[in-house]
Design a protein around this ligand. Structure first.
Ligand code: ASP
Length: 354
C-alpha cells in the first residue's frame, strides 16, 4: 500500500514538473491565420515642398519593394521574424534611408550602425551597436539572437561574432553617400547632433543650405504578424549625424526603440533616441496593451503624442498586434511608412495626409 502511495505521489509530481510555465513562452497560440506587415523609413520634418515628385516616387517605390519582400515571406507561410528581416534588408540596401547604405556619419566621419530584432513568440532577441563593417546590421542582430546567449553586442566584438556566423562584411566605403557627408559637414559647422530626417537635412541630390537643414530621421523598421499568430519587430539605423563618444541610440535597446511580445504587440520606433530611451516607448506601448487592455492605436497615441511629447521628444513608431491591427503615430510632420493589412490592402504614406 505504502509503495502504491509513493508511486502515486511520484507520478503526480512528474506532471507538476511538466506543467507549462504560466509565462509568455508557453502561451497558447490563439491565431487567426491572418498575416500583416508594416514598415517605416523614419519620421521627421517631411513636407511636400521638400521633396520633388521624383524623390517622392523613389521613396514610395523603395517602401513598396520592402513591403512586398516581407509580405511574400508571410504569404508563403514564413515567419514574421524572416519577413521583418527581409523588409529591413531592402531599406538598408537603399541609400535613401539612414540604415546600412546611406547611414549617417558620426563626428569622426564614420558610419556606425545599430540594429535589433525581436520575436514576440518567445521574447528571443538580438542586437548590435556601433558596427562599422556589417552590410546589413539587422542580419547581425538576427545572428546574435539565434546564436548568442547575450542580447546586445557592440563594436568589434559584435562584428567578429557576426562574421563567424556568415554575416556579410563590407569596406566602410560602401556606406558613403554624398548627402550624408554634406549633412555631417553642416552639422560640424553648427556643432549640432542631427536626426537624419529632422535635422536640416534633405533628400535632394543637390543640396541647398535649406535642404541640408531639413529635419528628418531615417531609421528603418518593420513589424509583422505571421500565419501562426506570431509577431516580430526589427529596427536598423545609422543613428544621429555627428554623434560622438560611441553614442548608441534607442534602436538596439529592447523596450526602447524595438520590442515584440505575443502578449501585447510589436513596435519599432524612429526619432531622437534619447527621448525614446528615457520613456522606454516600445515597452510603454506594450505594457498598456497587456495590462490595461487598451486598443493598440490608443496605446501608441498615448506613448507618442503624450508621453514622448511631455519630455519634448520627437519621432514616431509603427506597431502591430496579434490580430494584425496596425498603428502608426508621429509627432513630426511626416513619417515614411506603409503597410499591408490583414485584408491584403496596401497603403504607403509620407506626410500626415497623402
Ligand atoms: N532613433 C535613432 C537614434 O536615435 C535615429 C532615427 O530614428 O533616425 O539613433
Amino acid at each position: 500500500m505504502k509503495g502504491l502511495i509513493i508511486i502515486f505521489v511520484c507520478i503526480c509530481s512528474l506532471f507538476a514538473c511538466n506543467e507549462a510555465p504560466k509565462n509568455n513562452t508557453m502561451k497558447e497560440e490563439n491565431n487567426t491565420g491572418k498575416i500583416a506587415i508594416a514598415i517605416h523609413g523614419g519620421a521627421g520634418n517631411l513636407k511636400k515642398l521638400n521633396l520633388t515628385p521624383e524623390q517622392e516616387t523613389a521613396y514610395k517605390a523603395t517602401l513598396d519593394t520592402a513591403l512586398t519582400a516581407g509580405y511574400a515571406i508571410l504569404q508563403n507561410g514564413g515567419s514574421s521574424l524572416d519577413a521583418v528581416q527581409a523588409a529591413i534588408n531592402v531599406l538598408e540596401d537603399s541609400p535613401l534611408f539612414n540604415a546600412g547604405k546611406g547611414a549617417v556619419f558620426n563626428h569622426e566621419g564614420i558610419n556606425e550602425m545599430d540594429a535589433a530584432i525581436m520575436n514576440g513568440k518567445d521574447l528571443s532577441c538580438g542586437a548590435v551597436a556601433g558596427v562599422r563593417h556589417v552590410k546589413n546590421p539587422i542580419n547581425a542582430a538576427m545572428a546574435v539572437m539565434k546564436n548568442s546567449e547575450h542580447i546586445l553586442l557592440t563594436g568589434e566584438g559584435a562584428e567578429s561574432f557576426a562574421a563567424k556566423y556568415g554575416v556579410e562584411m563590407v569596406d566602410p566605403k560602401y556606406f558613403f553617400t554624398e548627402l550624408r557627408w554634406q549633412q555631417l559637414l553642416e552639422a560640424l559647422k553648427e556643432d549640432s547632433v542631427e536626426l537624419d530626417h529632422d535635422g536640416k537635412k534633405a533628400t535632394a541630390q543637390t543640396f541647398t543650405p535649406e535642404q541640408l537643414r531639413e529635419e528628418k530621421y531615417g531609421t528603418v523598421g518593420c513589424v509583422a504578424l505571421d500565419k501562426n499568430g506570431n509577431i516580430a519587430a526589427g529596427t536598423s539605423t545609422g543613428g544621429l549625424t555627428n554623434k560622438k563618444y560611441g553614442r548608441i541610440g534607442d534602436a538596439p535597446l529592447i523596450g526602447c526603440g524595438t520590442y515584440a511580445n505575443n502578449n501585447s504587440c510589436a513596435v519599432s520606433c524612429t526619432g531622437r533616441g534619447e527621448d525614446f530611451m528615457r520613456n522606454t516607448i516600445a515597452a510603454d506601448i506594450a505594457a498598456q496593451v497587456e495590462y490595461l487592455k487598451v486598443p493598440l492605436d490608443t496605446a501608441v497615441k498615448h506613448s507618442i503624442k503624450e508621453k514622448l511629447v511631455a519630455t519634448k521628444g520627437r519621432g514616431g513608431c509603427i506597431a502591430i498586434d496579434k490580430q494584425g491591427k496596425i498603428a502608426a503615430e508621429f509627432t513630426t510632420t511626416g513619417m515614411y511608412r506603409g503597410w499591408i493589412d490583414t485584408n491584403g490592402l496596401k497603403e504607403i504614406w509620407i506626410y500626415e495626409k497623402k
